[in-house]
Ligand binder design. Structure first.
Ligand SMILES: *Cc1c(COP(=O)(O)O)cnc(C)c1O
Length: 378
């Protein structure tokens, strides 16, 4: 007889409540499926309140939001844009959509995010050559803000546009403030595995009203005001639907509960696993609160006697989804021509890093299964 297969534990599945259903039902009941509509307006307003931004545009994805953010920063063909190397591909692909070139930057070990010292050295060198990059995309990884004070100061001093990729960091704080208002603009994602989901979608936020107005226009095929269809530039079809926004509205209302849950999960994993030799959890930097969207750790094979892959495979055999830390962009075949500033820290975090199931709906019993499977490898 074979043992019954345990129910799968996912990395970060959607956690949906009744409010979401109510907003979606309202969209159906009022026949306001599209275009745009009250849920889109409501989601934008409520999202602005949460992150402390003054304007927002709800979009079809975080990737679309970053594409617009870069275009509105004036990024054009052959421009250069600095991007954190340790991230998901969507932090860099919109740079290439615009014909510009990403230059990847290594992480520091305090927050695993872009290393401001490398940015400072690069800006100083390029200022001398009068060839500064057009923009810097700072990623706030796994729910933790990068060292924003240092980056804001550098970008102001050298007049480089700062854009925040906060797709993974909704609910985090930097010196008490939400990410999203430190750069010219910021993007968030509501993809299925993010801390809140609209089933798929994104948000562009900015304190610049004109920038968001331009984003809205570009996101609706750049239609000029006229009774007929008039276009003096090209845009995209990037707006969020009123149904999708209903889910997002319901989700944003419970953000603080979700962050409390992901942080509790981190504490439980930490209490149960931190004593293991060679296991080190992703640090919480002194400048902010980590949302712990995902609990991540590294395994030092010399000290542990086991490596990351052994643990990941044991998880998979127990029907538990655990994933390696992002493979850095400078190691990706698609970016093999791109320049990299440093890279050793990100490579090491990829080599040894593991993300554990962290969804806000994770139960004590599920957490226990993860912990027992993890300890069982040692
Ligand atoms: C998820 C994610 C995105 C892209 O968001 P989508 O909504 O999936 O397009 C961008 N950057 C980072 C760091 C992400 O994790």
């Amino acid at each position: 007889m074979t043992a019954p297969i345990a129910e799968r534990i996912y990395l970060s599945p959607p956690d949906i409540g009744e409010l979401e259903r109510r907003y979606v039902t309202e969209a159906f009941d009022t026949n306001w499926i599209a275009p745009l509509g009250p849920n889109v307006d409501g989601f934008e307003e409520e999202f602005c309140e949460v992150v402390g931004a003054s304007h927002a545009a709800a979009l079809s994805s975080g990737t679309a939001a970053l594409h617009l953010a870069l275009r509105l920063a004036g990024v054009e063909r052959d421009d250069e844009v600095l991007v954190s190397t340790l991230t998901f591909v969507a932090s860099a692909s919109p740079v290439v959509f615009l014909g510009a070139k990403p230059i990847f930057v290594d992480s520091e070990r305090t927050s695993w995010n872009i290393d401001p010292q490398r940015v400072a050295d690069f800006f100083a060198d390029r200022a001398e050559k009068n060839r500064l990059p057009k923009a810097l995309v700072v990623v706030h990884l796994y729910g933790q803000c990068a060292d924003l004070d240092a980056l804001v100061e550098l970008c102001e001093r050298y007049e480089v546009t700062l854009i925040e990729d906060a797709a993974e960091a909704l609910g985090a704080t930097y010196r008490g403030r939400s990410p999203g208002t430190f750069g010219q603009s910021a993007i968030f994602s509501f993809n299925g595995n993010k801390i809140i989901t609209s089933s798929g979608g994104g948000m562009l936020v900015s304190n610049d009203e004109k920038l968001i107005a331009r984003a809205r226009k570009l996101a609706t095929q750049a239609r000029d005001p006229a009774p007929h269809y008039e276009h003096s530039e090209l845009g995209y079809n990037y707006r969020m639907s009123n149904v999708v926004a209903g889910i997002g509205r319901g989700q944003i209302a419970s953000l603080s509960d979700k962050v409390a849950a992901t942080r509790r999960t981190f504490d439980a994993y930490y209490d149960a696993l931190a004593d293991l030799d060679g296991v080190e959890f992703m640090p919480e930097a002194p400048w902010g609160r980590h949302s712990r969207w995902l609990t991540c750790l590294t395994v030092d094979p010399e000290a542990a006697g086991v490596d990351r892959e052994m643990i990941r495979k044991a998880m998979e055999a127990a029907n538990i989804e655990a994933r390696p830390v992002w493979k850095p962009m400078h190691m990706q075949p698609v970016f093999s021509d791109a320049e990299i500033l440093g890279g050793e820290v990100a490579e090491d975090l990829f080599e040894r890093g593991l993300c554990l199931p962290s969804g806000s709906s994770l139960t004590d019993a599920q957490r226990q299964r993860v912990i027992e499977t993890f300890r069982g490898v040692f």
